[in-house]
Design a protein around this ligand. Structure first.
Ligand code: ASP
Length: 430
């Protein structure tokens, strides 16, 4: 059986079992005990194992990829195409989200008692999240250059790690061949070993995925789901439209690829993004699929995908836009067009600073709420259903990374050398 079929099976079995347990035991302490001491730890171990290899993967593939480009000019061109694609995808998805939320108005008519109950239940969670440290604005910019790359890696500051890896790659193109070769060999070897580890970890993906989704559905408050159904449908519907229609059009007309073929080949990525709710945890799989299934060159995949997993969050921006307006509608705050434009801008900018981990966007979303004058504590209303929405938006996030990689490949891929580390290539550069 193919891996994606097994993962899908794990997802369905885990979800269904969780729902059955949830509905039949109705939040009993035994269920909670089982989730917190069995399925959640197993799921998290699997997630940890994926995240464990992200730093060595980024450092090796990015630096080797840049070295393979051979010149700063090429790097600049690829960088510009990638950034333009990231930003346009994010802006388009946010506009779609805002249009949907303005048309559907899911926040109007939400029962006041429901609002109050949700606020009381999730107030504690939202207080805790508000304290989380999210980089933003000038701070985000300054932190891109780490003083201490090891510390940045330890703190999971991905943009800083990316910058460091980028500089190593650039350094490799500058030094004479015999000086650079040992490091290049080491980095390439590190990359290959990392990919081998990912292969092993993905072998147990069906179990990891089943445990993760079981933990969500067994605990989930289905009552909240029904109360917030209109909001959930607005978010999930917009994400789905952007994924199916938006990505298909972009793939067809910009990347010049067959969308159906693309989706088929990308399904392991889609399933992994959905079940882990983490762009970072999905990155190793995204890399493998880009190289092996979509035929994207090493240099393009190595450059675009780590950057995308960190900076490109189309689904997150769409979700942020809808949620800010939803909470404003619940509280009767009227946001005129000018404020909505700020919401779009803020959603696009904050999405760059969002960490690619489950729930990574919540602290920054709270900041956007504050900026446009919507009660920040309103976040409590949506926290109970956030995990489900997180799964959906992360799917769009990782999909957008792959779409961008195909776009960059179309414009620049042919020109990048894939035999980046061969003797001959290095020889040609010096
Ligand atoms: N979970 C998302 C991701 O990793 C980030 C978020 O929107 O919370 O892509």
């Amino acid at each position: 059986m193919a891996l994606h079929t097994k993962i899908l099976l794990g997802l369905v079995v885990g979800a269904v079992l969780g729902i059955v347990i949830n509905l039949s035991t109705d939040g009993s302490p035994a269920t909670e005990q089982f989730v917190s001491s069995v399925t959640e730890p197993i799921g998290r171990v699997w997630l940890n194992a994926l995240i464990m290899v992200v730093i060595p993967l980024i450092v090796s593939t990015l630096s080797v990829g840049i070295a393979g480009l051979g010149s700063l000019k090429r790097l600049g061109r690829i960088g510009v195409v990638a950034m333009l694609s990231f930003l346009s995808l994010t802006a388009l998805s946010t506009v779609l989200g805002l249009t949907a939320v303005n048309l559907i108005k899911p926040g109007q008519g939400l029962d006041a008692s429901v609002t109050q109950r949700l606020m009381e239940t999730y107030q504690g969670d939202s207080d805790a999240m508000g304290l989380a440290d999210g980089a933003f604005g000038i701070d985000l910019f300054v932190r891109i250059v780490p003083r201490n790359p090891v510390q940045a890696a330890a703190n999971g500051e991905m943009l800083a790690v990316i910058f460091f890896a980028l500089m190593i790659g650039i350094g490799l193109t500058i030094v004479p061949k015999e000086k650079g070769q040992p490091l290049l060999n080491f980095l390439e070897s590190l990359g290959q070993v990392t990919i081998a580890i990912i292969g092993l970890v993905m072998k147990v993906a069906p179990l990891g995925v089943a445990c993760l989704i079981f933990s969500v559905t067994a605990r989930f408050g289905f009552e909240i789901l029904f109360n917030l159904l209109k909001y959930i449908m607005t978010v999930v519907g917009s994400l789905a439209i952007f994924f199916i229609v938006g990505y298909s059009l972009i793939l067809r007309f910009v990347a010049k690829r067959d969308p159906i073929e693309f989706m088929k080949r990308a399904r392991v990525v889609i399933l992994t993004g959905f079940s882990t709710s983490s762009s970072n945890a999905t990155l190793p799989t995204t890399m493998r699929v880009a190289r092996e299934e979509l035929g994207i060159s090493k240099a393009v995949a190595g450059f675009v995908l780590p950057l995308g997993a960190t900076m490109n969050m189309n689904g997150t921006a769409l979700f942020e836009g809808i949620t800010v307006l939803f909470i404003a509608q619940v509280f009767g705050v009227n946001l005129p067009l000018s404020s909505q434009l700020i919401v779009i801008l803020m959603s696009v900018v904050t999405a760059i600073g969002v960490a690619g981990v489950p729930g990574g966007s919540i602290p920054l979303l709270m900041m956007v709420l504050g900026i446009v004058g919507v009660p920040v504590e309103g976040i409590a209303i949506v926290l109970g259903v956030d995990r489900i929405l997180d799964m959906c938006r992360t799917t769009l996030n990782v999909g957008g990374d792959l779409v961008t990689a195909t776009i960059v490949e179309r414009f620049e891929g042919g020109r990048s050398t894939d035999t980046a580390y061969s003797e001959q290539d290095i020889g040609e550069r010096h």
